[in-house]
Design a protein around this ligand. Structure first.
Ligand SMILES: NC(=O)c1ccc[n+]([C@@H]2O[C@H](COP(=O)([O-])OP(=O)(O)OC[C@H]3O[C@@H](n4cnc5c(N)ncnc54)[C@H](O)[C@@H]3O)[C@@H](O)[C@H]2O)c1
Length: 311
């Protein structure tokens, strides 16, 4: 049995990933400080292959003991998103960047790292031109800068893979409604109305269950894929916010949206992305935007109309 350490494993992605890797027969250790008081991993506690450590990724002693006997490290722990990083710059720098330096200092070189970067690192793309892994990274937000700088450290240190994730959507037991698709579907379903700004700005999207599938794909094909970055998104979903709203309206017909002249995306992200490189390794996403919108409608039928996430 192989051992995986997931830092930030109680988060939005980590909560789905931990359960998925347990089901795939891995021994999973989660290191998380439970910053949001989340209880999303309660249903893992019965599993004898599940271990939990409550602690901080910048604590050298805790990191060092968490790393013992691990074959893979998936380093998810971070302050995620531009607003929370702008509001907590020191914390964001230590969690998102200093923790990576610590991890690289403490791991044995044969321990394999998988890292989630953000494709918002591409910043403002050139009109009509797909961003590939060769496109220069120009992150605009402080969040994006911490992630891109950490990716560089990790790839320079070798025996690692970086996935540049598109905006993730879908349901997790640690829900985030501060993500674009999750937010728009919530407003469309609960309030039937949405005002959008920068409606023509384009982005790429990926379902949370395809994110966990790509980590497994990286673990299984590590030697062929290592020391490189890969964009991970739906190739048929490079959509503007307006196009996304039209797609949501196909599922929620009594929803109306208008474009507003005011308001700004803190990431200023506006780009389209090529996912050919990861597809050429044999990875194909399984979950469409339509699937995710239907799933989110079920989720919001259950959840009260509040904000969940990194606020
Ligand atoms: N969700 C997305 O759209 C997206 C896109 C690209 C990249 N990513 C990356 O994926 C990773 C996970 O994102 P997420 O959406 O699950 O976010 P999240 O905020 O839900 O998860 C982060 C987790 O890290 C934990 N954490 C925070 N500070 C910590 C610390 N100092 N020590 C230990 N644990 C700490 C939190 O408690 C939380 O469980 C992040 O690295 C993020 O940058 C996410």
């Amino acid at each position: 049995m192989e051992n995986v350490l997931i830092t930030g494993g109680a988060g939005y992605i980590g909560s789905v990933l931990s359960k998925f890797l347990l089901n795939q027969g891995y021994s999973v250790t989660v290191l998380d400080n439970f910053r949001y008081n989340q209880n999303s991993l309660l249903d893992c506690c019965h599993d004898e292959n599940f271990n939990i450590i409550r602690g901080d990724v910048i604590d050298e002693q805790i990191m060092s003991s968490s790393l013992k006997n691990q074959d893979f490290i998936i380093h998810l722990a971070a302050l995620v998103g531009a607003p929370i990083c702008d509001a907590n710059k020191d914390d964001a720098l230590s969690t998102n960047f200093e923790s990576v330096k610590l991890l690289l200092k403490l791991r044995h070189k044969d321990q394999k790292i998988l890292y989630p970067c953000t494709n918002s690192g591409y910043g403002i793309g050139e009109k009509g031109k797909f961003c590939t892994e060769e496109t220069p990274l120009r992150p605009i937000s402080f969040y994006g800068q911490t992630k891109v700088n950490s990716e560089k450290l990790i790839l320079d240190d070798e025996n690692s893979i970086s996935f540049r994730l598109a905006t993730v959507f879908g349901v997790s037991s640690r829900m985030r409604t501060d993500l674009l698709v999750n937010d728009f579907v919530k407003k469309a379903f609960k309030e039937k109305y949405l005002e959008i700004f920068e409606g023509h700005f384009q982005r790429n999207y990926i379902h949370i269950r395809d994110v966990v599938r790509v980590f497994l794909h990286g673990m299984k094909n590590f030697d062929k894929m290592k020391n490189q970055s890969y964009n991970v998104g739906l190739s048929d979903a490079n959509l503007s916010k307006l196009e996304l709203c039209k797609k949501i309206k196909e599922h929620i017909s009594d929803f109306t949206f208008i474009e507003s002249a005011s308001g700004q995306d803190p990431d200023k992200r506006d780009y389209i992305v090529s996912n050919k490189k990861i597809e050429n390794t044999g990875f194909k996403p399984k979950y469409s935007l339509d699937f995710g919108i239907d799933e989110l409608i079920k989720c919001y039928t259950i959840l009260p109309n509040q904000t969940y996430g990194n606020i």
